[in-house]
Every structure is written in C-alpha cells, then in structure tokens.
Design a protein around this ligand. Structure first.
Ligand code: AMP
Length: 195
C-alpha cells in the first residue's frame, strides 16, 4: 500500500518504444507495467504521439492512470490513419529533428522499451548527447527478456575496442523490469546531483 503513494525524483520521463508491439506478449506486458510504474510514482509521460504499438499501450495506461501525457509528433505523421489518436496533450512539431529536441527539453530522463530503428535512433541520440555534455539526463534501457542483450554487448565491444571511454559506457542504465529500472535510474540521478 505504501508503494502506491510512492513519488519519484523524476517529474517527467520520455519513453522511446516500438510503433509495433513485437511478436511476443512480454513486450506489451512490459509497456503496460512501465505505464503502471509511472502512475504509481506520479511521473508524466513524454512520447512520440499516436496510438500504435507499444507507444499506444504505454500512453493509454499512463493517461488512464491519471498522469499527464504529452505526445510530440511531426506534422507529417499527424493524420490518424498513420499513427492513430494521441491521448493527452498533442504537440505538433515541423519535423523529426525538432521532435527529438523538444522531447529532450521536456523530459528529465529517457527510457527505451523494445523497438526498432526509430527507437534505436532516438536512444542513441540521447546517449550521444550525454557523452557530448549537451545534457546530463539519465538514460535507461528496459531489457525485456534479454531483448537488448546484443546491443549491450555491442556497447561493451565499443569500450573494449577503444571507441568509448568507461564513463561513456556507464551512461546507459539497464534492468529487466520497469520497477528495477526506475529504482536504478532514481539512484543514479540522485548520486549525480549530490556529487
Ligand atoms: P520504431 O522503433 O521504428 O517502431 O520507431 C518508434 C519510435 O520512432 C517512437 O519512439 C517514435 O518517436 C518514432 N515513430 C516511429 N514510427 C512512428 C509512428 N507511426 N507514429 C509515431 N511515432 C513513430
């Protein structure tokens, strides 16, 4: 019961995730579970807008749970037949670059759920911006049932082969469940504020 009232160091988190739901049920379940954790912690959601795939599942869950949802969507993707309806507040931007810049400004942290190229591109840009010192926001990867194991192994290889520094490898926080990931991200953000 105590947990139900739990707050968070984060007021608003941006989630990148598949515009599809993937083949396995675990991915949809993880999106819903992450939505529930946002509601428990009263965290607002920033996402790419629309109602397709995992994006639709998490946005509906957070909205129905009574937390604010902001969908940042490029004008070209606004017709409902492309992305479906956005729940909560819809912010229309002119293009993909503006969308990412706006998502970055609006959120205090980022989480990638399973997804494809779009999710990857958004995740890697946020990691790169931390590496370059453009922002210092926490970046988490929800490694649902090992979905991102190969990506994380590739990051280890970047380090091993000398293309990133150990501190850059440490940018990405990972966990297999929404609850563990948020706890780790909250601890990481707390420690970076106090050091
Ligand atoms: P993907 O992982 O390739 O499915 O792309 C998902 C990510 O790219 C999301 O986080 C969105 O920001 C963006 N995106 C890709 N396709 C769409 C779509 N049909 N509607 C809204 N956003 C999308």
């Amino acid at each position: 019961m105590e947990e139900e009232k739990q707050g968070s160091i984060f007021r608003r988190i941006c989630v990148f995730c598949g515009s599809s739901s993937g083949r396995r049920k675990v991915f949809s379940e993880a999106a819903i579970e992450l939505g529930d954790e946002f509601v428990k912690r009263k965290i607002e959601l920033v996402y790419g807008g629309g109602s397709v795939g995992l994006m639709g599942l998490i946005s509906k869950r957070v909205h129905e749970g009574g937390c604010n949802v902001i969908g940042v969507i490029p004008r070209a993707l606004t017709p409902n037949e492309i992305c479906g309806e956005t729940v909560g507040e819809e912010r229309v931007v002119e293009g993909m670059h503006e969308r990412k810049a706006s998502m970055q400004r609006e959120a205090e942290a980022f989480i990638a759920l399973p997804g494809g190229y779009g999710t990857m591109e958004e995740l890697l840009e946020m990691i790169t911006w931390v590496q370059l010192g453009i922002h210092n926001k926490t970046v988490g990867v929800l490694n649902v049932d090992g979905y991102y194991d190969k990506l994380l192994a590739l990051f280890d290889n970047f380090l091993e082969e000398g293309f990133i520094k150990p501190c850059a490898r440490g940018i990405v926080i990972t966990a297999p469940t929404a609850k563990e990931l948020l706890l780790k991200m909250e601890r990481y953000a707390h420690d970076s504020i106090s050091t």
